[in-house]
Ligand binder design. Structure first.
Ligand code: TPW
Ligand code: MG
Length: 564
């Protein structure tokens, strides 16, 4: 016999919504379809979480992913879509959330249990088999559940949402449309797993011994520190150890003043960017014979941390709940527990001979003249704006705008720094504003804006008012730097500023630095609507970081990367 639900008004969909809210979700992004309409009715009627509908499912996925990232260890992002055409449109954002470790919950409506039994008839939106969608999401989610049985649904929801939180990876939940209103018990609270304190202490002591024995120990901090909510603790640890500390590309902004308990550690030397970064930082990290990497995504992309350049025999990596050192590993060592043990046991290290490199001064004091705008002028203009009006969170797309962002003041930055998908910036900026209530600065290239810029049309409805800087070089410029010949990297000039008004915002096309400054000032003075600032750039005008990267690969005569 099945257990009777404790409250007759609780259903599979209401307990799911309550479990999402109690585990840290603050809103839902979605687009309905007939398989999802019954669930959307409950989302609205229950009022458990605010619902934001957007225009295209990739935007839904990116916005929910950004909201999840904003949660910084306590949040969840939620994307609700329809079966087939809707959910499959989100494969790319979910793959990005997987590879950049974002706790994103994908909820898909699905054919009813009864209609699925009906035999040979194909249902609309069905790809190959009824399970094709499940199998596709299997590859890019860490746990999945189909809520077809009220007896198992509460435990299934708990299992999947707890995996999402602890592993900080996307999960997938299917809600058959004829089970939405099926009575059901509430979802049990999260299970608190406890790491073995002796194992954690042993691991921490070994790390500290290796750091002590090294000639040039260093610390590299990655984005998982934020995902696991240990940013402030890592900052304290860096202060305590006082050895050179850099953040990864993805982890940029970590350990900066905002978001941690105090001022940035004295020993913060900047962002490690492999070949694209400053040589002083690269040498300290790559030549270290005792490198401790906390929450770093190890990859061999050119902008990430290359396993080829770092000597992994001496390096220590704490990520994904384990600690690897050279050729052995400790299992079940959560980052938070390890960082706390290290902080407790650590002593400080003597400063390396010759002192530590300091992060370079950021561009500032834009010359507001009639000169042409370059990417570094945009960085200077933003730094001036933040200094005068206060900092804003930044969402950046892929493209030279992301490299330019590295020269902007260290405020929270959400970007696809490792997976490198285009189309992320605009929807991510909306996701951040929805989750944080803060006005957001969005950086996006013209190519990426062509993909998802249209989501700005949803701002008016929800009162979002981001400041959007479109780097318009009428070009897929970053690709051009890798392969200059050919005309396929040329784009038309779409005059994006002209579109803003029709979409409920203010658009300004800027040809000069004076235009840019005026447009930013106006945007700051006139909140309440989105401002689209179209910064016109010459083809070939690229940021210092991208130029350095291109220069280095050309200098080394290595082949251009297949995919940035
Ligand atoms: C979904 C490949 C990486 S960078 C780039 C492309 C096409 C050009 C970006 O042009 P944009 O910016 O936005 O005008 P800029 O500064 O270079 O001019 N499809 C997807 N993601 C990626 N990364 C690509 C293609 C790519
Ligand atoms: Mg471009």
């Amino acid at each position: 016999m099945r257990p009777r639900p404790s409250s007759p008004s609780q259903t599979i969909s209401t307990v799911l919504l309550e479990a999402l809210a109690s585990r840290g979700a603050t809103e839902i992004f979605g687009i309905p379809g007939d398989f999802a309409l019954p669930f959307f009715r409950v989302i609205e009627a229950s009022g458990t979480l605010p619902l934001h509908t957007l225009s295209h499912e990739p935007g839904v996925g990116f916005a929910a992913d950004a909201a999840a990232r904003w949660g910084g260890g306590t949040g969840l992002g939620v994307a609700v879509v329809t079966y087939g055409a809707g959910a499959l449109n989100m494969i790319n954002p979910v793959a990005g959330a997987w590879s950049e470790k974002s706790p994103l919950v994908v909820i898909s409506g699905a054919p009813g249990v009864e209609e699925s039994k009906s035999g040979f008839l194909l249902l609309h939106h069905q790809a190959k088999t009824l399970d094709s969608q499940w199998q596709m999401f299997e590859e890019i989610t860490c746990a999945r559940a189909r809520l077809d049985d009220p007896a198992t649904a509460p435990r299934e929801i708990a299992r999947v949402l707890d995996a999402c939180r602890t592993q900080s990876r996307p999960v997938y939940i299917e809600v058959p449309r004829d089970r939405v209103d099926t009575p059901c018990d509430p979802v049990p609270p999260p299970v608190q797993t406890q790491a073995d304190p002796d194992a954690v202490e042993a691991a921490a002591r070994e790390v500290l011994k290796r750091l002590k024995d090294a000639r040039s120990p260093a610390l590299l901090v990655g984005v998982e520190a934020r995902r696991q909510g240990v940013e402030a603790e890592v900052s304290d640890l860096a202060r305590r150890l006082d050895l050179p500390v850099a953040t990864t590309f993805m982890g940029r902004g970590l350990l900066s003043q905002e978001g941690s308990t105090g001022a940035a550690p004295r020993c913060l030397i900047g962002t490690y960017l492999g070949l694209a970064g400053r040589p002083e930082v690269r040498e300290l990290i790559e030549d270290s014979d005792g490198l401790l990497m906390l929450g770093v995504i190890l990859s061999d992309t050119n902008f990430g941390v290359s396993g080829k350049r770092i000597d992994l025999r001496h390096a220590m990596l704490a990520a994904d709940g384990r600690l690897s050192m050279g050729f052995h590993a400790y299992a079940d060592i959560p980052l938070k527990d390890l960082v706390q043990a290290l902080t407790r046991l650590a002593e400080s290290f003597p400063e390396p001979k010759g002192g530590l490199p300091r992060p370079p001064d950021l561009p500032r004091d834009l010359m507001a003249d009639d000169g042409a705008i370059g990417p570094m002028d945009i960085a200077a203009a933003v730094n001036d704006l933040f200094r005068e009006r206060g900092a804003m969170p930044i969402a950046s797309d892929m493209g030279d705008c992301l490299f330019t962002a590295l020269d902007m003041a260290q405020t929270p930055l959400v970007a696809p720094g490792y997976y490198a998908t285009m189309g992320f910036g605009v929807p991510a900026g909306l996701g951040i504003q929805a989750a944080s209530g803060r006005r957001t600065l969005i950086l996006v290239g013209d190519g990426a804006f062509q993909m998802t810029g249209w989501e700005l049309g949803n701002c008016a409805r929800y009162g979002w008012d981001p400041i959007v800087i479109v780097f318009n070089n009428a070009s897929w410029e970053m690709l051009r730097t890798f392969q200059p010949e050919g005309s396929y990297n040329n784009l038309e000039d779409w005059r994006f500023a002209d579109l803003a008004k029709a979409m409920g915002g203010v658009g300004t096309r800027c040809q000069t630095r004076a235009d840019l400054k005026a447009a930013l000032t106006r945007a700051a003075d006139e909140p309440g609507r989105f401002h689209l600032i179209e910064a016109m750039l010459e083809r070939g005008a690229i940021s210092d970081t991208l130029a350095r990267f291109v220069g280095t690969i050309k200098g080394r005569n290595t082949p251009a990367p297949e995919s940035p």
